[in-house]
Design a binder for this molecule. Structure first.
Ligand code: GDP
Ligand code: MN
Length: 383
Protein backbone atom coordinates (compact mmCIF):
# COMPACT_ATOMS: atom_id res chain seq x y z
CA UNK A 1 0.00 0.00 0.00
CA UNK A 2 1.41 3.36 -1.06
CA UNK A 3 1.03 6.35 1.23
CA UNK A 4 0.49 9.92 0.19
CA UNK A 5 3.30 12.33 1.01
CA UNK A 6 1.51 13.76 4.06
CA UNK A 7 0.85 10.27 5.45
CA UNK A 8 4.46 9.31 4.73
CA UNK A 9 5.63 12.35 6.65
CA UNK A 10 3.40 11.44 9.60
CA UNK A 11 4.92 7.97 9.44
CA UNK A 12 8.44 9.44 9.34
CA UNK A 13 7.65 11.70 12.31
CA UNK A 14 6.76 8.66 14.45
CA UNK A 15 10.34 7.50 14.01
CA UNK A 16 11.83 10.91 14.80
CA UNK A 17 12.66 11.97 11.25
CA UNK A 18 12.42 15.77 11.05
CA UNK A 19 9.66 17.04 8.74
CA UNK A 20 8.00 20.45 8.38
CA UNK A 21 4.88 21.46 10.24
CA UNK A 22 1.81 21.52 8.04
CA UNK A 23 -1.74 20.41 7.45
CA UNK A 24 -3.96 18.79 4.85
CA UNK A 25 -6.58 20.69 2.88
CA UNK A 26 -9.33 19.59 0.51
CA UNK A 27 -10.52 23.11 -0.30
CA UNK A 28 -8.95 26.51 -0.92
CA UNK A 29 -10.16 27.86 2.42
CA UNK A 30 -8.80 24.84 4.27
CA UNK A 31 -5.49 25.50 2.54
CA UNK A 32 -5.48 29.07 3.84
CA UNK A 33 -6.27 27.84 7.36
CA UNK A 34 -3.45 25.27 7.15
CA UNK A 35 -1.07 27.96 5.91
CA UNK A 36 -1.99 30.33 8.77
CA UNK A 37 -1.33 27.51 11.24
CA UNK A 38 2.00 26.49 9.64
CA UNK A 39 3.23 30.10 9.31
CA UNK A 40 4.24 31.89 6.09
CA UNK A 41 5.96 31.35 3.75
CA UNK A 42 4.41 27.98 2.94
CA UNK A 43 4.60 25.38 0.20
CA UNK A 44 1.32 24.16 -1.30
CA UNK A 45 1.74 20.55 -2.47
CA UNK A 46 -0.51 18.29 -4.55
CA UNK A 47 -1.17 14.95 -2.84
CA UNK A 48 -1.04 12.34 -5.57
CA UNK A 49 0.83 9.06 -5.62
CA UNK A 50 3.14 9.89 -8.47
CA UNK A 51 6.57 11.54 -8.65
CA UNK A 52 7.48 14.71 -10.51
CA UNK A 53 4.74 16.83 -8.96
CA UNK A 54 7.12 19.80 -8.81
CA UNK A 55 7.70 19.82 -12.57
CA UNK A 56 3.98 19.34 -13.22
CA UNK A 57 3.11 22.50 -11.30
CA UNK A 58 1.90 20.65 -8.22
CA UNK A 59 4.34 22.25 -5.74
CA UNK A 60 4.14 26.05 -5.24
CA UNK A 61 5.57 28.54 -2.78
CA UNK A 62 3.14 31.05 -1.22
CA UNK A 63 3.98 34.11 0.87
CA UNK A 64 0.50 35.13 1.96
CA UNK A 65 -3.15 34.05 1.99
CA UNK A 66 -3.75 35.52 -1.45
CA UNK A 67 -0.98 33.42 -2.98
CA UNK A 68 -2.22 30.33 -1.15
CA UNK A 69 -5.69 30.91 -2.64
CA UNK A 70 -4.21 31.29 -6.11
CA UNK A 71 -2.03 28.16 -5.96
CA UNK A 72 -4.49 25.97 -4.05
CA UNK A 73 -7.17 26.90 -6.59
CA UNK A 74 -4.88 25.97 -9.46
CA UNK A 75 -3.55 22.73 -7.99
CA UNK A 76 -6.85 21.26 -6.72
CA UNK A 77 -8.38 19.48 -9.70
CA UNK A 78 -5.09 19.42 -11.59
CA UNK A 79 -4.34 16.23 -13.51
CA UNK A 80 -0.81 15.05 -12.77
CA UNK A 81 0.12 12.13 -15.03
CA UNK A 82 -3.43 10.79 -14.88
CA UNK A 83 -3.86 11.42 -11.13
CA UNK A 84 -6.53 13.93 -10.14
CA UNK A 85 -5.50 16.20 -7.25
CA UNK A 86 -8.20 16.10 -4.56
CA UNK A 87 -6.10 16.96 -1.54
CA UNK A 88 -3.27 19.34 -0.66
CA UNK A 89 -0.55 19.36 1.93
CA UNK A 90 0.44 22.85 3.07
CA UNK A 91 3.62 23.12 5.07
CA UNK A 92 5.94 25.80 6.36
CA UNK A 93 8.51 26.48 3.61
CA UNK A 94 12.13 25.50 4.10
CA UNK A 95 15.16 27.54 2.98
CA UNK A 96 17.12 24.99 1.01
CA UNK A 97 20.91 25.04 0.74
CA UNK A 98 21.28 21.61 -0.89
CA UNK A 99 19.09 18.67 -1.94
CA UNK A 100 20.04 15.00 -1.41
CA UNK A 101 18.45 11.58 -1.79
CA UNK A 102 18.08 8.70 0.68
CA UNK A 103 16.14 5.44 0.56
CA UNK A 104 15.79 1.89 1.81
CA UNK A 105 14.13 -0.80 -0.22
CA UNK A 106 14.12 -4.55 -0.59
CA UNK A 107 16.53 -6.06 -3.11
CA UNK A 108 14.88 -9.43 -3.62
CA UNK A 109 17.64 -10.65 -5.93
CA UNK A 110 20.27 -10.00 -3.28
CA UNK A 111 18.03 -11.26 -0.44
CA UNK A 112 18.94 -8.08 1.43
CA UNK A 113 17.80 -4.54 2.05
CA UNK A 114 19.32 -1.91 -0.19
CA UNK A 115 20.26 1.51 1.09
CA UNK A 116 20.88 4.31 -1.40
CA UNK A 117 22.19 7.80 -0.75
CA UNK A 118 23.08 10.51 -3.22
CA UNK A 119 24.23 14.12 -3.06
CA UNK A 120 22.20 14.61 -6.23
CA UNK A 121 18.68 14.85 -4.86
CA UNK A 122 15.56 16.65 -5.95
CA UNK A 123 15.54 15.02 -9.38
CA UNK A 124 14.16 11.56 -10.02
CA UNK A 125 16.62 8.92 -8.89
CA UNK A 126 16.08 6.94 -12.11
CA UNK A 127 17.50 9.91 -14.02
CA UNK A 128 20.55 10.10 -11.76
CA UNK A 129 21.02 6.33 -12.07
CA UNK A 130 21.01 6.66 -15.86
CA UNK A 131 23.11 9.77 -16.32
CA UNK A 132 25.51 9.53 -13.40
CA UNK A 133 25.31 6.11 -11.72
CA UNK A 134 28.48 6.83 -9.74
CA UNK A 135 26.62 9.57 -7.88
CA UNK A 136 24.55 7.02 -5.97
CA UNK A 137 26.18 5.29 -3.00
CA UNK A 138 24.65 1.86 -2.41
CA UNK A 139 24.93 -0.58 0.44
CA UNK A 140 23.29 -3.93 1.02
CA UNK A 141 22.01 -4.42 4.54
CA UNK A 142 21.86 -7.92 5.96
CA UNK A 143 18.36 -8.26 7.45
CA UNK A 144 19.71 -10.37 10.34
CA UNK A 145 22.50 -7.96 11.22
CA UNK A 146 20.59 -4.69 10.79
CA UNK A 147 21.91 -1.28 9.87
CA UNK A 148 24.69 0.23 11.97
CA UNK A 149 25.77 3.80 12.55
CA UNK A 150 29.11 2.92 10.94
CA UNK A 151 27.30 1.84 7.78
CA UNK A 152 25.27 5.05 7.78
CA UNK A 153 28.48 7.03 8.09
CA UNK A 154 30.14 5.13 5.28
CA UNK A 155 27.18 5.71 2.95
CA UNK A 156 27.06 9.42 3.68
CA UNK A 157 30.79 9.74 3.05
CA UNK A 158 30.68 7.70 -0.12
CA UNK A 159 27.81 9.80 -1.43
CA UNK A 160 29.96 12.89 -0.86
CA UNK A 161 27.59 14.80 1.38
CA UNK A 162 29.36 17.87 2.81
CA UNK A 163 30.57 18.01 6.43
CA UNK A 164 27.72 20.34 7.35
CA UNK A 165 25.13 17.66 6.49
CA UNK A 166 27.03 14.64 7.75
CA UNK A 167 25.80 14.21 11.34
CA UNK A 168 22.23 15.07 10.47
CA UNK A 169 22.19 12.66 7.55
CA UNK A 170 23.71 9.83 9.59
CA UNK A 171 21.03 10.25 12.26
CA UNK A 172 18.20 10.40 9.72
CA UNK A 173 19.46 7.30 7.88
CA UNK A 174 19.31 5.32 11.10
CA UNK A 175 15.81 6.60 11.86
CA UNK A 176 14.79 5.87 8.29
CA UNK A 177 15.97 2.27 8.60
CA UNK A 178 13.90 1.82 11.77
CA UNK A 179 10.92 3.31 9.98
CA UNK A 180 11.50 0.84 7.15
CA UNK A 181 12.06 -2.23 9.30
CA UNK A 182 9.90 -1.73 12.41
CA UNK A 183 7.39 0.17 10.34
CA UNK A 184 7.06 -2.81 7.98
CA UNK A 185 7.64 -0.83 4.80
CA UNK A 186 8.82 -2.16 1.43
CA UNK A 187 10.16 1.23 0.47
CA UNK A 188 11.00 4.46 2.26
CA UNK A 189 12.40 7.29 0.19
CA UNK A 190 13.31 10.90 1.00
CA UNK A 191 13.79 13.01 -2.11
CA UNK A 192 14.81 15.62 -1.44
CA UNK A 193 16.51 15.24 1.89
CA UNK A 194 17.70 18.81 2.37
CA UNK A 195 20.36 20.77 4.16
CA UNK A 196 18.72 24.03 5.22
CA UNK A 197 20.48 27.37 5.13
CA UNK A 198 20.55 27.14 8.96
CA UNK A 199 22.47 23.86 8.71
CA UNK A 200 19.70 21.42 9.64
CA UNK A 201 19.03 18.21 7.73
CA UNK A 202 15.37 17.65 7.03
CA UNK A 203 12.96 15.51 4.95
CA UNK A 204 11.10 17.62 2.37
CA UNK A 205 9.31 14.78 0.61
CA UNK A 206 8.21 11.28 1.68
CA UNK A 207 7.52 8.18 -0.30
CA UNK A 208 6.45 5.18 1.77
CA UNK A 209 5.15 1.83 0.57
CA UNK A 210 3.85 -0.35 3.39
CA UNK A 211 4.07 -4.12 3.19
CA UNK A 212 0.46 -5.32 2.99
CA UNK A 213 1.52 -8.72 4.34
CA UNK A 214 2.22 -7.01 7.67
CA UNK A 215 -1.16 -5.28 7.87
CA UNK A 216 -2.43 -7.78 10.45
CA UNK A 217 -0.10 -6.32 13.07
CA UNK A 218 -0.86 -2.71 12.20
CA UNK A 219 -4.50 -1.93 12.97
CA UNK A 220 -3.50 1.73 12.76
CA UNK A 221 -3.01 1.33 8.99
CA UNK A 222 -6.77 1.19 8.56
CA UNK A 223 -6.90 4.95 8.49
CA UNK A 224 -4.71 4.95 5.37
CA UNK A 225 -7.10 2.63 3.57
CA UNK A 226 -10.11 4.93 3.57
CA UNK A 227 -8.49 7.34 1.18
CA UNK A 228 -6.23 4.78 -0.41
CA UNK A 229 -5.77 5.45 -4.11
CA UNK A 230 -7.01 2.14 -5.51
CA UNK A 231 -7.86 2.04 -9.12
CA UNK A 232 -11.57 1.50 -9.73
CA UNK A 233 -11.04 -2.10 -10.83
CA UNK A 234 -9.12 -2.91 -7.64
CA UNK A 235 -11.78 -1.27 -5.52
CA UNK A 236 -14.48 -3.42 -7.11
CA UNK A 237 -12.38 -6.59 -6.82
CA UNK A 238 -11.67 -5.86 -3.16
CA UNK A 239 -15.36 -5.33 -2.44
CA UNK A 240 -15.99 -8.78 -3.90
CA UNK A 241 -13.15 -10.35 -1.93
CA UNK A 242 -11.09 -11.25 -5.01
CA UNK A 243 -7.30 -11.42 -5.25
CA UNK A 244 -6.82 -8.90 -8.05
CA UNK A 245 -3.95 -6.75 -9.27
CA UNK A 246 -4.59 -4.30 -12.11
CA UNK A 247 -2.05 -4.26 -14.97
CA UNK A 248 -1.88 -2.30 -18.22
CA UNK A 249 -2.50 -4.84 -20.98
CA UNK A 250 -5.54 -5.93 -22.96
CA UNK A 251 -6.02 -9.59 -22.03
CA UNK A 252 -8.14 -10.01 -18.90
CA UNK A 253 -7.04 -13.03 -16.88
CA UNK A 254 -8.94 -15.31 -14.51
CA UNK A 255 -7.20 -18.34 -13.05
CA UNK A 256 -7.49 -20.54 -9.99
CA UNK A 257 -4.48 -20.38 -7.71
CA UNK A 258 -1.86 -17.63 -7.52
CA UNK A 259 0.76 -19.78 -9.23
CA UNK A 260 -1.45 -20.57 -12.20
CA UNK A 261 -2.58 -16.93 -12.42
CA UNK A 262 1.06 -15.81 -12.60
CA UNK A 263 1.90 -18.49 -15.18
CA UNK A 264 -1.10 -17.34 -17.19
CA UNK A 265 0.26 -13.78 -17.20
CA UNK A 266 3.62 -15.17 -18.33
CA UNK A 267 2.20 -17.26 -21.14
CA UNK A 268 0.17 -14.32 -22.44
CA UNK A 269 3.39 -12.30 -22.53
CA UNK A 270 5.23 -15.20 -24.12
CA UNK A 271 2.86 -15.32 -27.09
CA UNK A 272 3.12 -11.58 -27.64
CA UNK A 273 0.19 -10.26 -25.62
CA UNK A 274 -0.07 -8.25 -22.46
CA UNK A 275 -2.16 -9.08 -19.37
CA UNK A 276 -4.73 -6.55 -18.14
CA UNK A 277 -4.65 -7.99 -14.64
CA UNK A 278 -3.77 -10.77 -12.28
CA UNK A 279 -6.84 -12.45 -10.81
CA UNK A 280 -6.79 -15.55 -8.64
CA UNK A 281 -10.25 -16.91 -7.87
CA UNK A 282 -8.67 -19.32 -5.40
CA UNK A 283 -9.20 -23.00 -4.75
CA UNK A 284 -12.74 -24.33 -4.57
CA UNK A 285 -14.20 -21.30 -6.28
CA UNK A 286 -17.88 -21.64 -7.11
CA UNK A 287 -20.21 -20.18 -9.70
CA UNK A 288 -20.75 -16.99 -7.69
CA UNK A 289 -17.01 -16.27 -7.47
CA UNK A 290 -16.55 -16.82 -11.21
CA UNK A 291 -19.43 -14.49 -11.97
CA UNK A 292 -17.90 -11.82 -9.71
CA UNK A 293 -14.51 -12.24 -11.35
CA UNK A 294 -16.01 -11.78 -14.82
CA UNK A 295 -17.83 -8.69 -13.62
CA UNK A 296 -14.59 -7.12 -12.37
CA UNK A 297 -12.74 -7.90 -15.61
CA UNK A 298 -15.70 -6.57 -17.56
CA UNK A 299 -15.43 -3.22 -15.76
CA UNK A 300 -12.00 -2.65 -17.33
CA UNK A 301 -12.45 -0.83 -20.66
CA UNK A 302 -8.91 -1.77 -21.75
CA UNK A 303 -9.77 -5.49 -21.82
CA UNK A 304 -10.18 -6.73 -25.40
CA UNK A 305 -10.30 -10.47 -24.65
CA UNK A 306 -10.71 -12.60 -21.53
CA UNK A 307 -8.67 -15.70 -20.83
CA UNK A 308 -10.09 -18.06 -18.21
CA UNK A 309 -7.50 -20.63 -17.23
CA UNK A 310 -8.72 -23.27 -14.79
CA UNK A 311 -6.93 -26.38 -13.68
CA UNK A 312 -9.40 -28.08 -11.42
CA UNK A 313 -8.21 -29.64 -8.19
CA UNK A 314 -10.50 -28.57 -5.40
CA UNK A 315 -12.11 -26.26 -7.93
CA UNK A 316 -14.57 -28.31 -9.97
CA UNK A 317 -14.97 -27.88 -13.70
CA UNK A 318 -18.75 -27.86 -13.70
CA UNK A 319 -18.86 -25.15 -11.00
CA UNK A 320 -16.58 -22.97 -13.12
CA UNK A 321 -18.73 -23.58 -16.18
CA UNK A 322 -21.90 -22.77 -14.24
CA UNK A 323 -20.26 -19.57 -13.03
CA UNK A 324 -19.52 -18.51 -16.56
CA UNK A 325 -23.11 -19.21 -17.61
CA UNK A 326 -24.39 -17.33 -14.53
CA UNK A 327 -22.15 -14.36 -15.31
CA UNK A 328 -23.31 -14.28 -18.92
CA UNK A 329 -26.88 -14.07 -17.65
CA UNK A 330 -26.07 -11.37 -15.12
CA UNK A 331 -23.91 -8.93 -17.07
CA UNK A 332 -23.20 -8.24 -20.70
CA UNK A 333 -19.59 -9.28 -21.10
CA UNK A 334 -18.01 -6.92 -23.60
CA UNK A 335 -14.97 -8.95 -24.63
CA UNK A 336 -14.77 -12.43 -26.17
CA UNK A 337 -13.88 -15.20 -23.72
CA UNK A 338 -11.38 -18.01 -24.24
CA UNK A 339 -11.50 -20.88 -21.78
CA UNK A 340 -9.05 -23.59 -20.98
CA UNK A 341 -10.66 -26.00 -18.57
CA UNK A 342 -8.78 -29.01 -17.28
CA UNK A 343 -8.56 -31.19 -14.17
CA UNK A 344 -11.38 -32.21 -11.83
CA UNK A 345 -14.72 -32.57 -13.65
CA UNK A 346 -13.38 -30.81 -16.74
CA UNK A 347 -15.53 -33.04 -18.99
CA UNK A 348 -18.72 -32.06 -17.16
CA UNK A 349 -17.68 -28.42 -17.34
CA UNK A 350 -17.04 -28.53 -21.08
CA UNK A 351 -20.42 -30.20 -21.58
CA UNK A 352 -22.14 -27.27 -19.82
CA UNK A 353 -20.17 -24.72 -21.84
CA UNK A 354 -21.14 -26.34 -25.15
CA UNK A 355 -24.60 -24.87 -24.63
CA UNK A 356 -23.23 -21.30 -24.66
CA UNK A 357 -20.24 -21.60 -27.00
CA UNK A 358 -20.04 -19.17 -29.90
CA UNK A 359 -17.41 -17.09 -31.64
CA UNK A 360 -17.50 -14.96 -28.44
CA UNK A 361 -16.96 -17.91 -26.11
CA UNK A 362 -14.36 -20.38 -27.21
CA UNK A 363 -12.87 -23.46 -25.55
CA UNK A 364 -9.24 -24.37 -26.18
CA UNK A 365 -7.53 -27.61 -25.21
CA UNK A 366 -4.26 -26.24 -23.81
CA UNK A 367 -3.01 -23.18 -21.97
CA UNK A 368 -0.76 -22.18 -24.89
CA UNK A 369 -3.54 -22.53 -27.47
CA UNK A 370 -5.87 -20.55 -25.29
CA UNK A 371 -3.29 -17.80 -24.75
CA UNK A 372 -2.69 -17.51 -28.50
CA UNK A 373 -6.42 -17.36 -29.19
CA UNK A 374 -6.99 -14.71 -26.52
CA UNK A 375 -4.09 -12.58 -27.74
CA UNK A 376 -5.26 -12.68 -31.34
CA UNK A 377 -8.85 -11.90 -30.30
CA UNK A 378 -7.45 -8.93 -28.37
CA UNK A 379 -6.04 -7.67 -31.65
CA UNK A 380 -2.45 -8.75 -31.14
CA UNK A 381 -0.25 -10.84 -33.38
CA UNK A 382 0.04 -14.05 -31.36
CA UNK A 383 3.41 -15.79 -31.59
P1 GDP B 1 8.06 15.84 -6.34
O1 GDP B 1 8.42 16.72 -7.49
O2 GDP B 1 6.76 15.14 -6.58
O3 GDP B 1 9.13 14.88 -5.98
O4 GDP B 1 7.80 16.81 -5.09
P2 GDP B 1 8.80 17.31 -3.93
O5 GDP B 1 8.09 17.29 -2.67
O6 GDP B 1 10.08 16.54 -3.98
O7 GDP B 1 9.07 18.81 -4.35
C1 GDP B 1 9.70 19.14 -5.55
C2 GDP B 1 10.71 20.28 -5.35
O8 GDP B 1 10.04 21.40 -4.83
C3 GDP B 1 11.80 19.94 -4.37
O9 GDP B 1 12.86 19.23 -4.95
C4 GDP B 1 12.22 21.31 -3.92
O10 GDP B 1 13.17 21.86 -4.82
C5 GDP B 1 10.95 22.11 -4.04
N1 GDP B 1 10.41 22.33 -2.67
C6 GDP B 1 9.61 21.49 -1.97
N2 GDP B 1 9.41 21.96 -0.73
C7 GDP B 1 10.09 23.13 -0.63
C8 GDP B 1 10.30 24.10 0.40
O11 GDP B 1 9.82 23.99 1.53
N3 GDP B 1 11.08 25.18 0.09
C9 GDP B 1 11.65 25.34 -1.13
N4 GDP B 1 12.41 26.40 -1.35
N5 GDP B 1 11.49 24.45 -2.13
C10 GDP B 1 10.72 23.37 -1.90
MN1 MN C 1 10.31 14.45 -4.40
Amino acid sequence: MDLFEYQGKQYFARFGIPVSAGGVADTVEEAVAAAEAAGYPVVVKAQVQVGGRGKAGGVKLANDAEEVRLHAGNILGLDIKGHLVRRLWVEHATDIAEEYYASFTLDRGAKAHLAMVSAKGGVEIETVAEEDPGAIARLHVDPAAGFSEAQARRLVEEAGLPDAAREGAVAILQQLFRCYEEGDADLVEINPLVLTTEGRVHALDAKVTLDDNAAFRHPEWDEYRDIDEFDERERLARSKGLQYVGLDGEVGIIANGAGLAMSTCDVVNQVGGSPANFLDIGGGANAEVMANALEVINSDPKVKAIFINIFGGITRGEEVAKGIVTALGRVTIEAPIVIRLDGTNAEEGREILKGVESDRLISQPTMLDAARKAVSLAGGAAK
